[in-house]
Structure formats: structure tokens, C-alpha cells
Design a protein around this ligand. Structure first.
Ligand SMILES: *Cc1c(COP(=O)(O)O)cnc(C)c1O
Length: 370
């Protein structure tokens, strides 16, 4: 962590404390309200549960501190992505999406944008800069992409997109603001599924958008208020609590992934290992250039689906589950959802278990699966 990041991590824990009066609770209270006491002129106070909630505002303050930009919270990662699409795009616009990123983003474009006259194209993350960005109103980037862990150059793409008159949006779910800072690299907006590592406890769905563009922020706020795509206060409260340990969890997860990846890379049960922190990985050079950490996701390719499933099912410290970023390590074979990956490809999400205990369990399951 550089000094900016450690300052940000430390200050996060005191954001609320600095605003308190005598007798106020140190932790953020949970405000469950659709109605507020509102006599006379309604201006200047909380009005209604779709427009104001003190718990979201506390969460957004914490998220905004981490992103170093204004933030809006949404009820899921996809709600945050949909908000950007619907706040920005108009009939006739063209959108560029990653071919190998989170599938629901493409499905949303195909099922709901295309019929409204917003056309989209897809491009592989590893070769995302090839072909230029002329004519695109919005370019959506996911790096490292999920689940393949290929990367693309955020600063170069953001600059080209801006020069071509479009906006660039980065899905930073896999990295969090402690692992990669797309706005500082020049992107116009960041979206995140806070469902994953940001909350980290696998007990809620939530998302956010961060942008330093005031007009875009105003359009997003209108979209949220009018579409009703608002987070539940309890989810916001839990996510705020999760955020307080993000730096601690993320550091542990990345440290452990870094310790495990070289051992996995030479294990005879595996045909291939993808991890941006490995020197031989195709993503390594860009990872060093634009990522603070290599992340906590590792791609494992086994000989076939059977060996992969035996590994997942045979490891005491792995939960067989979709999604990632929780305190408990988890893994799944992505081909079971139809991702364009090898049938023996497993996405491993490294959790917060102590590294050596986790390695012992993984090694035992690898040996038994062969
Ligand atoms: C999970 C995920 C999403 C969607 O988030 P939800 O909270 O499930 O809606 C979007 N992008 C990426 C990269 C994800 O991993």
C-alpha cells in the first residue's frame, strides 16, 4: 500500500466519528423509514424513503472516501450497471462491451438496450484497444475480466475514448478501490458489485457508481429516484460495516493468493494457472502498470470437468458456490454456466483463511483429485 492508500484506509474508520456529538453512537445507526416528519416547506430535509435515507448516505460517504469521488449506491451490481446505461444511452447510440466479462452486462444490452435502438459490439479484453473507439457513446471495460483474468490498459483506453467523444466506464468489482483506481487512470465512471469483496461476507447484494462528472452524477441520481432502484437500508448498513474491514480482508486475500499462485502453477494436477501476479502470466505487465495488487482470483485449468469437480468437492476449505470475494474461499467450474472457458476451468476466490492452512487443504484436494 502506498501512503495515499494507507491514509484512505485509516481515515475511513474515522469518517463518522469526526461528525459526532456527545452521546451519539459511534457505529452508524440503521434508519428504516419510508416517511419522515415533514411539516410545511419540504426543502432541505429528508422527504421520502425513495429520495433520502441516512444509512445510504453514510454508506455513500464511505464509498466516496474510498473512490475519492461522489458515489451513489444501488441495490445490486447489475442495478448500478443498468443505471449507467439508462442514464447515458439514447436511441442511435453505440456501446462497446467486453466479450469475456460478466455475462449479465452483455445480456442486459442484448435483451433491453438493443430493442430500444442502442446497438452494441463486443471485443475480447486482451485485445480491447484493437479497432479504436470511434463512434462509441459508451465503452465498458472489465479488467481483469471475469472469469478469464485477461487485462486491458485503462489509461490508454480512457484517453482514446475521450478523444473520440465517448465515455469510459470500468467495472472494478474484482479489484476494489484498494486494488485498482480507474478514475485516477482517467476513466469517467466506476461501477462495482459490492455484493462481492466490498461487503465481503456473502450476505447481501449491493452496487455503486462513482464518477467525478457532475452531469453524469445528476443523471444517475435522477435515474435512481425515478426508477426506484434504491438500496435497502439494512443492506446499506451491513455493507458499511463490511467496508470497515475491506482493507484488512483485501490485503489478506491478495497476500494469500500471491503465496498460493506459484505453488499452484507447478502442481502436476493442473494444466494451467492464471493469476496476474505471476511473472509468466499474460496479464502481468499491465497488472504491474495499473493495479496496486494482483487480486484474489486465480484461474485453474484441470484436465477435465471430472477432475475439476473432484477438486472442488474434495477440499474442506472451499465452498462450492458461484460469486466471489467472501471471507471463505470458494470455487466453481465456470463452464457450468456456459462461460466460454475450458470445461476443466475453475475460478478460485481466495478468502481470509490463514495461507498455510488453506494451502494444506488445497494441496490435499489436488493430490486426491488426480
Ligand atoms: C457479480 C458481478 C456483477 C453483478 O453484481 P450483482 O450484485 O450480482 O448484480 C457485475 N460485474 C461483475 C464483474 C461481477 O462479478
Amino acid at each position: 500500500m502506498n501512503s495515499d492508500e494507507s491514509r484512505r484506509a485509516a481515515e475511513l474508520l474515522h469518517l463518522r466519528g469526526q461528525t459526532l456529538g456527545k452521546g451519539d453512537p459511534l457505529p452508524m445507526p440503521l434508519t428504516m423509514a419510508s416517511m419522515y416528519h415533514l411539516p410545511g416547506d419540504p426543502a432541505g430535509s429528508a422527504q421520502y424513503g425513495r429520495t433520502h435515507n441516512a444509512t445510504w448516505e453514510g454508506l455513500e460517504k464511505a464509498l466516496g472516501h474510498l473512490e475519492d469521488a461522489p458515489c451513489l449506491a444501488f441495490p445490486s451490481g447489475m442495478a448500478a450497471i443498468a443505471a449507467v446505461f439508462f442514464a447515458v444511452l439514447r436511441p442511435g447510440d453505440r456501446v462497446l462491451l467486453p466479450a469475456d466479462g460478466y455475462y449479465a452486462t452483455r445480456a442486459l444490452a442484448e435483451r433491453f438496450l438493443a430493442p430500444m435502438g442502442v446497438t452494441f459490439a463486443i471485443r475480447a479484453t486482451a485485445t480491447f484497444t484493437e479497432g479504436g473507439f470511434d463512434g462509441y457513446r459508451l465503452v465498458f471495460i472489465e479488467t481483469p475480466c471475469n472469469p478469464g483474468l485477461d487485462t486491458c490498459d485503462i489509461a490508454a483506453i480512457a484517453a482514446s475514448v475521450r478523444a473520440a467523444g465517448g465515455i469510459s466506464v470500468v467495472d472494478n468489482t474484482a479489484m476494489t478501490p484498494f486494488g485498482q483506481r480507474p478514475l485516477d487512470l482517467g476513466a469517467d465512471a466506476v461501477v462495482s458489485a459490492d455484493t462481492k469483496a466490498m461487503n465481503g461476507h456473502s450476505d447481501l447484494l449491493l452496487g455503486h457508481v462513482a464518477t467525478r462528472d457532475a452531469d453524469l452524477m445528476a443523471a444517475l441520481a435522477d435515474w435512481r429516484r425515478l426508477s426506484g432502484s434504491i438500496p435497502g437500508p439494512f443492506e446499506a448498513w451491513l455493507a458499511h460495516r463490511g467496508l470497515e474491514t475491506l482493507e484488512l480482508r483485501f490485503t489478506r486475500m491478495c497476500d494469500t493468493a500471491e503465496a498460493l499462485a506459484p505453488r499452484l502453477a507447478v502442481h502436476p494436477a493442473l494444466r494451467g494457472v492464471r493469476f496476474p501476479g505471476l511473472e509468466q502470466d499474460p496479464s502481468h505487465a499491465l497488472a504491474r502498470q495499473q493495479m496496486q495488487r494482483a487480486g484474489f482470483l486465480i484461474g485453474l485449468t484441470f484436465a477435465d470437468a471430472g477432475v475439476a469437480e473432484r477438486f472442488i468437492g474434495g477440499c474442506a476449505l472451499l465452498r462450492p458456490a458461484t460469486s466471489f470475494g467472501g471471507v471463505h474461499s470458494a470455487a466453481e467450474r465456470r463452464a457450468r454456466w456456459g462461460d466460454a472457458v475450458d470445461p476443466g476451468f475453475v475460478r478460485l476466490s481466495v478468502g481470509c483463511e490463514p495461507a498455510e492452512a488453506l494451502w494444506s487443504a488445497l494441496a490435499a484436494a489436488l493430490d486426491a483429485a488426480r
